[in-house]
Every structure is written in C-alpha cells, then in structure tokens.
Design a protein around this ligand. Sequence first.
Ligand code: NDP
Ligand SMILES: O=C(O)C1=N[C@H](C(=O)O)C[C@H](O)C1
Length: 251
Amino acid sequence: MIRVAVAGPRGRMGALAVETMITGKDFLLVGVLDRKMAEKADTLAGAVPIYTDMATLAQEAQPDVLVELTNHESVYPHTRDAILNGIRPVVGTSGLKEEQITRLSELASEHKIGCILAPNFSVGAALLMKFAAMAVKYMPEAEIIEMHHDGKKDFPSGTAALTARMMADSKGTEPNQPDGRGTDISGVPVHSVRLPGLLSHQEVLFGGDGQLLTLRHDSFSRQSYMSGMTLAVKDVMNRDRLIDGLDKIIG
Ligand SMILES: NC(=O)C1=CN([C@@H]2O[C@H](COP(=O)(O)OP(=O)(O)OC[C@H]3O[C@@H](n4cnc5c(N)ncnc54)[C@H](OP(=O)(O)O)[C@@H]3O)[C@@H](O)[C@H]2O)C=CC1
Ligand SMILES: O=C(O)C1=N[C@H](C(=O)O)C[C@H](O)C1
C-alpha cells in the first residue's frame, strides 16, 4: 500500500483525488493538507486526518506521496517542502514557473527523491503533447489555443505551457519573435479562452503553404485525469529525480 496525502482536498480536483485514493486498492489515504481544520458538517471531518502544515503531516501521517492540487501560489512552497520532508510530490497543479521547475529539479536530485510534474493527468493530453513535438519539426509555424471552464484561476494553462516547452525543445531552433498576440511561451503563442460550458480543451494549430494541421484534445469529465494520477502515484515511488510531464512515464 502506498501512503498518500492530498493537498487541496476541498477543490474540484482534490475532492476527486481523495475519493480515488480512498477507493483505490493500492493506496492508503493517510492525511490531507488543508488551509484550515475541519468545520462542523464538513465532508472531510472524521473521514481523514487534516493537517495545516507539511512538517506535522510528514511526522504524524508519514505519507510516501503528496498529490498536490491547490493553486499557482501554493504549489511551489508545497512541492519544495514535501521534498525537504522526504515526501514524493505528484504535482497536478498548474502555474509553476520555469525557474521554479528548475529549482525543484535540483532539490529532488540533491535529495534523491522522486517528483512528478503532470499539469495534465489525461493520457490523451500527454499524447497530444508528444504529437505536437513531432509535428513542429515539419511545420514550425504553430500556435496553441487552450480553452477552459470559467472557474479556472490561472492562465495560460499548465498543459499549454508544457506543450509549448516540448515543441520548442523539439524544434531545436531559435524561438519565433513574439509579436504580442497571446502569451509567448518559449516562442509559441498561447491563447487562453475561459467560458462557461467548457471543461478542458486544447488545440495546436500548425500552418503551412495552403494547409493547416489541427491537433485537438478534450476532457469532458475530471474522471479523465484519475488513471494518469494513480499511475503517477505508483511511478514516483521508483524515481529519484524530477520528471516533467506524464508523457515521460506512459511509455
Ligand atoms: N493535472 C491535471 O490533470 C489537472 C490539473 N488541474 C489543476 O489543479 C489545480 C486545482 O484545480 P481545481 O481543483 O479545479 O481548483 P479549485 O479552486 O477547485 O481547488 C483548489 C483547492 O486548493 C485549495 N488551496 C489553495 N491553497 C491551499 C493551501 N495552501 N493549502 C491547502 N489547500 C489550498 C483551495 O482552497 P480555497 O478555496 O480556500 O482557496 C481549493 O479548495 C489547478 O492548478 C488546476 O489547473 C485541474 C484539472 C486537471
Ligand atoms: O484548471 C483546470 O481545469 C485544468 N487545469 C490544468 C491545466 O492548467 O492545464 C489541466 C487541465 O487542462 C484542466
């Protein structure tokens, strides 16, 4: 049994992660990391120990893995503190900056501890990233449109940021000159749409001479993230460094 803690357990993703860890036969949910203790009639009260700081969580609950599902402000300190306390982070939260990823990678290597960053846990999105990295070699003029529900706080999405970084690495050339449209990530323009009715959708458009290639992925339910999340929780137990992206572990 892998001892798991979840940060952000009251959120849309965190609540589903808690349920998945409670029902999954390979996992033991040993605690949650929250901003506040349980309130009366709280669904978490009595169901699982609640902690408000990483050191106490580490000492008392002794998790092997922390599934991080909070927001772009809390994700870096939580991931850093998990590593420093000997807990392997599986980070689903988006919004880590490139310099923060570099620092976390150094920390994980120094402490010889696994850490998986997966801004998108769905297998389809991981495949989209791989295909985009392949396609950009042949069709280098490309832009990303990411579309999400109107409750999403950060932009551009973590999925779009990782896709753009993978495309830039694959292209192996100087980034395009930014012209101010969208957000420039490693030379790839990223456009963010937030509308009610959407959940999580991404298109990568490749333009050529009289042609357009479109790669598209849609998540219609947050259940689409759960199999990748459980895969990452198992996989991180066998790592001793940071892995950036689910695509690196799906084989
Ligand atoms: N990897 C993946 O496949 C996916 C990743 N995501 C990402 O996961 C993250 C969460 O998304 P979502 O669940 O929709 O967001 P929500 O806003 O629904 O949930 C985030 C939760 O984290 C809590 N939180 C914030 N800071 C802390 C903290 N310091 N300690 C404990 N809890 C904290 C929030 O509490 P409060 O309300 O008090 O602020 C809130 O309950 C986002 O970054 C999103 O982009 C989303 C979907 C899929
Ligand atoms: O907030 C969301 O909903 C999502 N966030 C992640 C991201 O920023 O890419 C993953 C997915 O797109 C859903």
